[in-house]
Ligand binder design. Sequence first.
Ligand code: FES
Length: 105
Amino acid sequence: MPDDAWVDLVAVTALEPGDVTPVDHGGKRLAVYDAPDGIHVTAARCSHGGADLCDGYFDGKLIECPLHQGCFDIRTGQARGRPATRPIKTYECRVVNGMVQIKTS
Ligand code: FES
């Protein structure tokens, strides 16, 4: 995989410590999580009704949707609580020179 598949998303210092931070990238809204085991990135739109997961409650592992309280595992994107049943997209990410990067291809 060529290195140019990685693109800068947001500075680590701009993240909410221990919480979820919204980032708009390429016309999409992404959710960047500062979790105990590192940084994770998912789509920000709930797969149930499209609510912004960045407004939800993050416990370090699961993000709870603010609208109907569906839950998702931020590492896999899998739905972990109804009414959400379909997964959300996750993005491979890394930190380079203080910037969170995601793989675009
Ligand atoms: S919009 Fe997220 S659970 Fe319904």
